[in-house]
Design a protein. Structure first.
Length: 111
């Protein structure tokens, strides 16, 4: 009986120590994941800034004209194509001039 009590006591101590070690291990893992989360959030923010800069209409227009050699269409170069059964819209005036629209983004300037 005495041996059984000692074995039970040792097992309880072993379980307690194992539980404490596991809690510490999980705590370290949580801290590591928090650090990784902060790094990923910073990277996401940097990518959003880069995306906004790349999608700026001024930049797209500059790349289209300077690098790709694109120019606005001349009178008569734009043809409207309608699907069969679709009535052409008479309310739209003919396209005379093509303008670039400037996109305003929440008061923040692209860098």
């Amino acid at each position: 009986m005495k041996t059984l009590t000692i074995v039970a006591g040792v097992l309880l101590v072993f379980v307690f120590v194992w539980e404490r070690v596991d809690v510490v291990r999980v705590g370290y893992q949580i801290e590591r994941l928090k650090t990784q989360k902060v790094l990923l959030e910073r990277e996401r923010d940097q990518l959003q800034v880069k995306f906004s800069a790349l999608m700026a209409p001024e930049r797209i227009a500059k790349v289209a004209t300077e690098k790709l050699g694109l120019v606005p269409p001349q009178q008569g170069q734009v043809l409207m194509v309608h699907l069969p059964g679709e009535a052409p819209s008479r309310s739209l005036p003919p396209v005379v001039q093509v303008r670039l629209a400037k996109h305003e983004s929440n008061g923040r300037e692209n860098e």
